[in-house]
Design a protein around this ligand. Sequence first.
Ligand code: SF4
Ligand code: SF4
Length: 158
Amino acid sequence: MVKDPKVNGFKCPSSPSHASEGLLFGVVLRDTTRNSVAYLKHTTPITENLLASVHPVRPEEVFRVAGQCVEKQCKHFDGAHCRLAHRIVEVLEPVVDSLPRCMIRPTCRWWAEQGASACFRCPSIITCDVSPSAKLAEAANPEAKLKEPDPEVSPRII
Ligand code: SF4
Ligand code: SF4
């Protein structure tokens, strides 16, 4: 049964591999033109063996891990919302036009705050991107300024 995120807290869909109770939910597929996340049919708890299986690559270069959103301990948290999710929607172009079949959606903070707009861009997110595009670097910059929220866009709140 999915835990209520309003009670148990939201998951961060771009968590470090050592996140508490981390779940693998996506794998980065690389090709010559672009990288894209394949969403798994089932989440898998992160284990030492799983992390070791991609050595010497850093797990965050190939795995998308959902861990607890650490809120005030995160440089992207503004006290109420995730500014990273906001910037991703503001800066990046959509890469898909339908919702990925993503197993963590019911507890995902990005979905809760930015709705489908976050999901349409989510497959292009690599937690540790060693050669990010200029736009991805901008989206990941916690110092970057945000525009005022668009009143036409209603954030989805679970
Ligand atoms: S504030 Fe955003 S980036 Fe930070 S842990 Fe939470 S969901 Fe992840
Ligand atoms: S933003 Fe959407 S696709 Fe990405 S992890 Fe959250 S629910 Fe899944």
